[in-house]
Design a protein around this ligand. Structure first.
Ligand code: PLP
Length: 382
């Protein structure tokens, strides 16, 4: 593809030049006062977005690295944890926990359905040895937005460590780490934080910090005891060499989010998601995710009968340079996904819906284009 591609994928997401160019500044050494204020500024401002008075550490990794960090630092070998699976990222926690030799009890949901507090309560009753529970906040494979507030209330009452994967949810959906009793919240730079990939984030409650001291971390690079020690130095630092340029970009993105206001950013994504869903309905397309579980981060759409999602994704990418996502895991042949987060506006949703209609006409699903665009333009004109 001999041109820029518009990313309508649920991460990495589309970014603008204000953020991208911030990465082009000269490098500063990470153990000096040239860099340290950038590092501490990012940490403090991220705590505000996570809504926590706890500790927050940055990693040089993608989201999976911080998922691994959470498991490696919070549980000793042989401890029992419940992994709530509402899609492939929930399953990933099960895989990581097994790799670290924990006793893992998965709670599997039919894809497209959200986790239920009653089911988690039942599992805790049946397995009193469970010490911690993992839940995906926004399941990017299925478009499920889990209700962390209700789950957090239960886990707080039962005194269980609550870990959430907020890789695609935090900074894109309302989130309240302390208010919802989340003990470990993790995320990564490339989705809601409007930054290129490279920085992982892990926030820990007081209870999680206490647990950290009791766990013999399985590993070295992600041992949070080193992160804590370095962050408490006179010149606060990351223990190893950080992603210096990505942190410049993260700081620029945090400036932007703060300037617009986090609630406005989240409201904007909701508006775009509602517009997209209105257009899809008018086109007769159906949404894979159950109505009570739908997320504003992305919409997971059932591919019309006889059309493989790859055909739709390919049509739009090859001819027009717009990339939407195919399906993942067990629904790879059934769905395609369109994001509504990133530095995008109504303009990008209009382009994507228009191209989707053209693709579906060419692939024989629609006789003529226009129904989706009409509904979308009417919605956006209000
Ligand atoms: N968790 C969720 C919810 C995700 O959406 C992703 C990536 O898409 C990950 C974890 C894994 O993140 P990464 O690909 O950055 O390792």
């Amino acid at each position: 593809m001999d041109r820029d591609v518009l990313l309508m994928t649920p991460g990495p997401v589309e970014l603008d030049s204000e953020i991208l160019l911030a990465g082009a500044q000269p490098l500063r050494h990470h153990r000096t006062t040239d860099f340290s204020p950038i590092y501490t500024d990012c940490v403090e401002r991220l705590k505000k977005i996570f809504k926590t008075k706890g500790e927050l550490y940055l990693t040089l990794s993608s989201g999976t690295g911080v998922m691994e960090t959470a498991i490696a630092n919070m549980f000793n070998q042989g401890e029992t944890i419940l992994t709530v699976e509402t899609g492939s990222f929930g399953e990933r926690f099960t895989q990581i926990a097994k790799a670290f030799k924990l006793n893992v009890i998965p709670l599997k949901y039919q894809w497209g359905h959200r986790a239920k507090v009653e089911d988690i309560a039942r599992m805790l009753d049946a397995h009193p040895s469970i010490t911690g529970v993992t839940v995906t906040f926004n399941e990017t494979s299925t478009g499920v937005h889990n209700d962390l507030k209700s789950i957090g209330k239960l886990l707080h009452e039962r005194d269980k460590l609550f870990i959430t994967d907020g890789v695609s949810g935090i900074a894109a959906l309302p989130f309240d780490m302390d208010g919802w009793h989340v003990d470990v919240a993790l995320s990564a730079s490339q989705k809601g934080f409007l930054t290129p990939p490279g920085v992982g984030m892990i926030a820990l409650s007081k209870r999680a910090m206490e647990k950290l001291q009791k766990v013999d971390c399985h590993g070295f690079y992600f041992d949070l005891k080193y992160y804590k020690k370095n962050q408490e130095l006179a010149i606060p630092a990351y223990p190893w060499t950080p992603a210096i340029s990505v942190m410049y970009q993260l700081q620029a993105a945090l400036n932007k989010i703060e300037r617009i206001g986090l609630d406005n950013v989240i409201g904007h994504y909701h508006h775009l998601a509602e517009g997209l869903r209105t257009a899809l309905k008018a086109m007769g397309l159906t949404i894979f995710t159950q109505p009570n579980a739908r997320s504003d981060v992305l919409t997971v759409i059932n591919s019309p009968a006889g059309i493989h999602p790859k055909q739709i994704v390919g049509e739009i990418r090859e001819k027009y340079g717009v990339l939407i996502a195919g399906g993942q895991g067990e629904i790879a042949d059934k769905v395609f996904r369109i994001t509504t987060i990133g530095t995008i506006s109504e303009r990008e949703i209009i382009a994507t819906v228009g191209l989707l209609e053209m693709a579906l006409v060419r692939l024989g699903y629609q006789k003529e284009p226009g129904a989706g665009m009409k509904a979308l333009l009417t919605y956006f004109s209000k």
